[in-house]
Structure formats: C-alpha cells, structure tokens
Design a protein around this ligand. Structure first.
Ligand SMILES: NC(=O)c1ccc[n+]([C@@H]2O[C@H](COP(=O)([O-])OP(=O)(O)OC[C@H]3O[C@@H](n4cnc5c(N)ncnc54)[C@H](O)[C@@H]3O)[C@@H](O)[C@H]2O)c1
Length: 323
C-alpha cells in the first residue's frame, strides 16, 4: 500500500484529493492547521468522508512547526495543497499570511524533502494567477509570468523556490497551475460559491466590475484526477496548466445558475477589484500530452453539483436571512 501525504487536507482541493486517494487504495496522512480564513465547521465537513476511513490519519498542526523527516520516511507521494488563497484579501498587512503560508512553508517542505530517500514525487499546487493579465491562451513555457496581485506574487515565488531546489538537488517536483476551481466544497470566499449561496437565499448578487470578465473554470473532479495522475510525470520541475477548457463570463455563470435555481437575482455592481484579471484561459495541450488530461465536466453540470451540495448542507453556509 502506497502512502500519500496531503497538506491542506481540510481545504477544498486537499480534502477532495485525499478522498480520491483513499478510494484508490492509498494510505493518506492529512495535514491541516485549520487556518481561520473560513469556517472550521466547513473544513470539518470537508474531512467527513476521510475521517471514516481506517487508512486516514490527520495531523492538525501548522506545517512550519512539523518535523517532516520521520514523516517523509513513510511517504511515497507528497501533495502540497496548503496555502493562503484569495486574491482580493492579499493586500496590506494580510500579506504576512501569504508570505508564511505560501512561500516560507513551501521552502520548509522542500528543505526537508531534499534529504528524503523515499519520496517518489512531490506535487505542488500553483495558480493561474502567476500569469496576470494576458491576451489569449496562457502557456506554461511561452507566456511570461507577470502576476498582478500579492497572492499571485507569492505563488510565483513558491514556483521559483521549487525551481531552485530542482536545479540543485534534482527534487522530483511537479507544479500544477490550477485555473479557477469550483464544485462541491468550494471555498465560501469564491465567486461561484457566493452566487450559489445568494441564489438559495434568494438575495441580490454582487458583481465586481461589469461581469464581462471571463474565467477558465475547472471542475474539482477534473483537478483531482489531473493532480493524482501527475505522479507519473517523470521530468523534475515540470509546470503544467490544469484548466477546464471553457472560458466563460461571470454574467454567463449567473445566467446558468438562474436556470438551475429558477431564481433571477437582483445584481449589485461594485468597482472592479485590485488584483483581479479580466480573463484567464489555459493552454492545456501539455496536460493532455503528459497526463492524458481531458476535462470531463461542463460548467452547467458542475454548477448543478455545487448547487445541490449547498442545498444539502445549508446549515454550514449560514443560510439565514442575515447573510
Ligand atoms: N481554489 C482555486 O480555485 C485555486 C486556484 C488556483 C490555485 N489554487 C491553489 O490550490 C491550493 C488549495 O486551495 P483551496 O482552494 O483548496 O484552499 P483552502 O483554503 O480551501 O485549503 C487550504 C488549506 O490549507 C490549510 N493551511 C494553510 N496554511 C497552512 C499551514 N501553514 N499549515 C497547515 N495548514 C495550512 C488551511 O487551513 C486550508 O484548510 C492552494 O495552494 C491554492 O493556492 C486554488
């Protein structure tokens, strides 16, 4: 039985990866400090499936306080999903959290991984936000990275750290640049989750900007499958985009949701947020070539699944009139 260590295991993506690894017959050690970025109750619910499985164990601690040397001895694969996410919240004094949880923590892991003899692969979550504002498809090797938010800068810094460790110690690391991930368990600060909650509450929806900004939305199951299959990529330091293949405007998302919820919300417009980009579009030809990646879930189907998830777990999202 292979052992996988998943950091950020109580988060949206980490818990989904841990769940699939358990279903695939891995032993999983989850690590999460339950940061207060969003409700602990939501994170506990994210782990509900994993906690029932005898092959799952959880270390509830900050990564920077953990001695990984003994842990890595029994680990085959490391999936590093822990981070401080969120573009809009990355300005000002908050940047300290981004520096620690996205840059320092990555360095601590790499430093201890470099002396491990048992780690076969390390998969690290990066983000489309490293590209900033670009026209056309974003390509891992041809498109210049120019992040426009402190969050994007912190993710790019982590990528550069990885490159330095790969160059010097030949660490077997793969970096995945995820494009706007959505689906059941999505973080409550993300636009789609906010829209879903407001639709169920029958409340107005707030849009930052005019709603024509577009995103390459990627369904969580497609992210999970791509992430797990990346353990078979052989070249250390490879960077791979993972995108859903549909570039859709925020207004269009709301109109699909109107159809699902049978509710037409009032739209409130607020100024475009600093750090947000106008559009993202992943070139996924490398993911196709190296991972056999083909996104399977359409935005309509994925939105429906997220809507259903929130309906089933209303209590978690404070679905009261006060929200
Ligand atoms: N969700 C997206 O659309 C998206 C897009 C691109 C990249 N990413 C990246 O994917 C990864 C997962 O994102 P997510 O949306 O699941 O976020 P999330 O906030 O739901 O999960 C991250 C988890 O990491 C934990 N964590 C943070 N710092 C920690 C520390 N120092 N020690 C231990 N645990 C810590 C948090 O408690 C949280 O549960 C992140 O690296 C993020 O930057 C996400």
């Amino acid at each position: 039985m292979k052992t996988a260590l998943v950091t950020g295991a109580a988060g949206f993506i980490g818990s989904s990866i841990a769940e699939k690894l358990l279903k695939d017959g891995f032993r999983v050690i989850g690590i999460d400090s339950f940061t207060n970025f969003y409700s602990k109750k939501i994170k506990q619910k994210n782990l509900e499936f994993c906690k029932k499985n005898k092959n799952f164990s959880l270390i509830q601690k900050e990564i920077q306080k953990i001695d990984f040397i003994p842990l890595f001895k029994k680990t085959d694969y490391l999936f590093h999903m822990a981070a401080q996410p969120g573009v809009r919240t990355s300005w000002g004094n908050n940047f300290e959290k981004y520096s620690i949880n996205n840059i320092l923590v990555t360095q601590r892991l790499l430093e201890q991984a470099k002396i491990s003899k048992s780690l076969k692969k390390i998969v690290i979550a990066s983000s489309s936000s490293v590209y900033g504002n670009q026209n056309g498809k974003m390509n891992e090797d041809k498109t210049k990275t120019k992040p426009v938010s402190p969050y994007g800068v912190s993710k790019l810094a982590a990528e550069h750290l990885v490159k330095a460790y790969v160059e010097n110690f030949n660490l077997p690391v793969i970096m995945l640049r995820y494009f706007t991930v959505y689906g059941p368990k999505q973080r409550p600060d993300m636009a789609i989750m906010k829209f879903v909650i407001k639709s169920i509450l029958k409340r107005p929806i707030t849009i930052y900007g005019d709603g024509t900004q577009k995103r390459d939305f990627t369904f969580i199951d497609d992210i999970v499958n791509a992430t797990i299959s990346s353990i078979n990529v052989s070249k250390p330091g490879e960077i791979i985009n993972i995108g859903g293949g549909e570039v859709i405007s925020i207004r269009k998302v709301i109109s699909i949701l109107e159809n699902i919820s049978e509710y037409k919300p009032k739209i409130l417009y607020k100024p475009f947020s600093n750090g947000d980009v106008l559009r993202t579009e992943a070139d996924i030809s490398k993911a196709k070539k190296l991972l056999g990646f083909k996104p399977k879930t359409s935005l309509r189907d994925g939105l429906y699944l997220e809507y259903e998830y929130v309906q089933r777990n209303k209590n978690l999202y404070k679905l009261s009139r006060k929200l």
